[in-house]
Design a protein around this ligand. Sequence first.
Ligand code: CA
Length: 231
Amino acid sequence: MLPPNGDDLLKAVIFDMDGVLVDSMSYHAEAVQHIFDEIGVDMDKQDIFEREGERTVDIVEFLLEKGTENASEYDISDIVERYIAEFNRIAEMKVFDGMQECLNVLKERFDLAVVSGSDRPIVNYIINSQYPGVFRELVTADDVQRGKPEPDPYLQAMKMLGIKKHEGIVIENAPMGVEAAKRAGLCCVAVPTYLDPGKFHQADMVMKDHIQLVEFLMKLEPSYDCPQSKS
Ligand code: CA
């Protein structure tokens, strides 16, 4: 029998979606690019990768302000709606190898949640089709006033899961997402799916790739002690 230590146990694992559970960022970037081509505003796809994690509405606002002097004349919610339809039209679901099997094991040990900057229709579609019955809670762009890098989406997940900050661990692949998790006081593991690993200095640990991430998760136990809790 382990000594009673209930207060220190890890209870929940919180996953970002795009770039962690599914290899989807190129489709998000392409869908936004198509709509910006339609409205005749120049944009740089790299900005979308740099700002990954933010809500679409915030990314669109940034791109409009950067790409045109008449940003205020555009209907952002209309652009977001068109982007969602375009994403659904072009996206092919690519799940990272081993993640589905891994999460089906992990859900027996922990409560699992998704915290995504993606819009609710996209999150529902991806999670219901690729990870059915895996997650207890989902937080999407539509559930918070302020998205990543603000801590709000992660604070919302902690509330829904009923956990304290030392009882959760976050898996992220974008610097804005890592910042959000850290500002919420959570332990954060990063996997640099689309950007240079050097951009993840705020994370408590940086994995080499998804293979190493799956290995880490398969071994994760409630007794896990995050490096941050020692500092
Ligand atoms: Ca992400």
